[in-house]
Design a protein around this ligand. Structure first.
Ligand code: ADP
Length: 130
């Protein structure tokens, strides 16, 4: 298939988050799959891990066209595919399910465009109290 570079970086803090592994895997799979679908040949997808004493975060950033401003407030709605996704043959359910799966775990998923170009999705899980 096409060549896209996947780069993992960041400094996850020495903390644990409790979550559902199957759900978190599925959300990451969805975000990375979308990033690949929108990535131009030879571009890079970055997975950046970070966090503080309250949250662990994983950001998935691509170098694709980004999410059109008019679509941004809606992309987590079920069946919303946005102007770029209409012809893709997808259901528009992926991100709606991802958001539900993250909130069920006490976490969240957030979308924005990151300069100079590309979409950036950030997953967040609360750090476990010990
Ligand atoms: P599907 O399940 O059909 O793949 P999603 O819910 O995952 O749909 O995504 C909804 C819409 O959000 C997509 O149709 C597309 O318009 C937009 N989108 C999602 N990820 C990206 C991305 N990485 N870059 C640009 N647009 C994106």
């Amino acid at each position: 298939r096409r060549g896209v570079q996947l780069v993992v970086s960041g400094q996850p803090p020495a903390a644990m988050a409790y979550g559902d592994l199957a759900m978190t895997e599925r959300v990451l799979d969805n975000l990375i799959g979308n990033a690949i679908a929108f990535s131009p040949e030879g571009s890079r997808i970055s997975l950046v891990m970070s966090g503080d004493e309250r949250f662990l975060e994983v950001a998935v950033q691509d170098q694709g066209p980004g999410i059109p401003e008019q679509d941004l407030p809606h992309i987590f709605e079920p069946f919303y595919r946005g102007s770029a996704g209409e012809s893709s043959g997808h259901s528009g359910l992926g991100l709606a399910i991802a958001e539900r799966m993250m909130t069920l775990q006490g976490g969240s998923v957030h979308a924005e465009n990151c300069p100079p170009a590309g979409a950036c999705f950030t997953l967040r899980l609360p750090v476990a109290e010990v």
